[in-house]
Design a binder for this molecule. Structure first.
Ligand code: SF4
Ligand code: SF4
Length: 493
């Protein structure tokens, strides 16, 4: 193949100034621009209308339950430990009252695996159900901050009017009240996050002790409060569309069977306004679909998109457009569900949502993974123990003819209570002695001691003998350790 660089007939490169710099933007095509940016690229502030309807009521109830869990989580104790604590600094994690240490590598690896697989399986089956119903960003934004905004500034129309109004004392009062409440709430959210990281006890200590001793902690409290204020007062839906990777992953995880918030284009198209002079039958006969082009689904959308354009990255599946469209369908005497939870296949084949074998399979996989994780967590030993031969020590023959080996035992106590530890030589028969005082592993710390094991020659194999040692605490067996006992190779000794 000729090298184009050496080809004398190759075309001269176009002068830079004559080349088009970019394709012109098609403002009629939703794919060509952001719903939240204007033609100059400035942000378009959204004033979504407050939704109302069965989904909104359901989400309100769910969000109340989640908010109670979120704000009380750091104070709930299970066996003296918090429900959830993610102390990244000290690499100490507590989930459902169970402490996880760097030694719990297998559980950590399975947790990450379950998490990633769960996201993939869950999204493939149920779309972004998480985003709309459970994600803390959506719950706090739509169910707390947005509701306070509706309460203080009114619904969409009033908010728009207030934004355009001159700075009168009434506007200043409303804005000051709103941002004051937002700041206070952000402080509460920031402190809750800090309590999940360092623990509620430590947070309480920072708040009540001499501030000069906790400048770092206080700095983080202020930083977190300002961060959440910036997110919920200003950044808002952009956290989902620009920052969160989950929305972007969606396009690779969803398929035509995934359940998403979807517009039934077969039923809705071709859309057209409802005229008083026209009956529904006449409308249908004229080839017009059920969408009456009222744009209520767009007006309520907190990310500013039009769901009738299809599944989009910006859609957080908040269901507000379902409620809005259902209320319109009720008004015009049409059946509900023009926008609903549905899969593409469901819409194209006109099927209602059903529990398909594929969905059942996904649920089984998810349940199995979670069960496996639960099994690992709840059958996990309270201690992590190693029993190793003391470095450099050889076997010794005692005056009575027995042989002895010296070991070092290390016990990591993963609980928050002191644990007395006892050892028992389970096989073969012999003597085991823990040297020094009673072995007690302090809470969340490491304890170590020397251990002397004696065996009768008749119980030993030439060279190495396998040992099994049981680790007990207060009569309860915690684990079984395996090690080797070194003896003479020559059987005649
Ligand atoms: S709310 Fe329903 S009827 Fe109105 S524009 Fe949206 S899809 Fe069409
Ligand atoms: S398109 Fe509907 S479900 Fe998606 S974010 Fe907008 S209102 Fe919520």
């Amino acid at each position: 193949m000729p090298n184009p660089e050496l080809d004398p007939k190759r075309a001269e490169p176009e002068p830079a100034e004559s080349r088009p710099v970019a394709q012109p933007i098609d403002w009629g095509d939703f794919r060509d621009h952001l719903a939240t940016a204007d033609r100059e690229g400035h942000r378009k502030w959204l004033f979504p209308k407050q939704p109302s309807g069965s989904f909104y009521r359901g989400r309100t109830l769910v969000s109340w339950a989640l908010l109670i869990i979120l704000f009380t989580g750091p104070f709930i104790r299970i066996r003296g430990n918090p429900l959830l604590m993610l102390n990244i600094v000290e690499r100490k994690f507590i989930i459902l009252g169970q402490i996880f240490w760097p030694q719990d590598m297998i559980i950590s690896a399975v947790t990450i695996l379950v998490f990633l697989t769960g996201i993939i399986v869950f999204t493939a089956a149920f779309g972004r159900l998480w985003c709309g119903w459970v994600c803390p960003q959506t719950v706090l934004m739509e169910m707390v901050f947005r509701k306070i905004e509706y309460l203080i500034e009114g619904d969409s129309f009033a908010q728009r009017a207030l934004a355009k109004a001159p700075w009168t004392s009434k506007k200043m009062l409303k804005r000051a009240l709103k941002h004051g409440v937002f700041l206070a709430l952000s402080f509460l959210v920031g402190n809750t996050l800090l309590a999940y990281i360092i623990g509620s006890g430590q947070l309480f200590h920072i708040v009540t002790d001499n501030p000069a001793r906790h400048l770092h902690g206080l700095g983080f409290m202020v930083l977190f409060a300002l961060l959440f204020y910036a997110i919920f007062a200003r950044f808002r839906e952009q956290a989902c569309t620009f920052i969160c990777p989950y929305g972007r992953l969606q396009s690779t995880l969803l398929d035509e069977n995934s359940i998403v918030v979807a517009y039934d284009f077969k039923r809705g198209e071709k859309r057209g306004p409802l005229r008083n002079s026209q009956t529904l039958e006449q409308r249908k006969a004229g080839g017009t679909g059920d969408c009456i082009e009222c744009r209520q689904c767009v007006t309520v959308c907190p990310t500013g998109i039009d769901i009738r354009n299809g599944t989009q990255m910006e859609c957080v599946h908040c269901t507000a457009c379902i409620d809005a469209c259902d209320s319109i369908m009720d008004k015009v005497g049409q059946r509900r569900g023009l926008i609903r939870y549905a899969s593409l296949n469901g819409i194209e084949r006109g099927e209602t949502l059903r529990f398909t074998p594929r969905l059942a399979g996904y649920c089984v996989v998810l349940a199995a993974l979670v069960a496996f994780w639960g099994f690992l967590v709840f059958t996990r030993s309270d201690v992590s123990t190693t029993l190793l031969r003391a470095p450099g020590a050889l076997f010794q023959q005692m005056p009575d003819g027995h042989f002895s080996n010296l070991y070092t035992i290390k016990v990591v106590n993963k609980t928050s209570r002191a644990m007395p530890i006892s050892l028992k030589l389970e096989s073969p028969a012999g003597d085991l002695q823990v040297m020094g005082a009673n072995l007690v592993a302090p809470p969340e710390q490491l304890a170590q001691a020397s251990v002397l094991i004696e065996l009768d020659r008749s119980r030993m194999l030439p060279g190495k003998t396998q040992l099994r040692v049981g680790v007990y605490s207060q009569g309860r067996k915690l684990e079984t350790l395996k090690t080797v006992f070194i003896g003479p190779r020559d059987d005649t000794k």
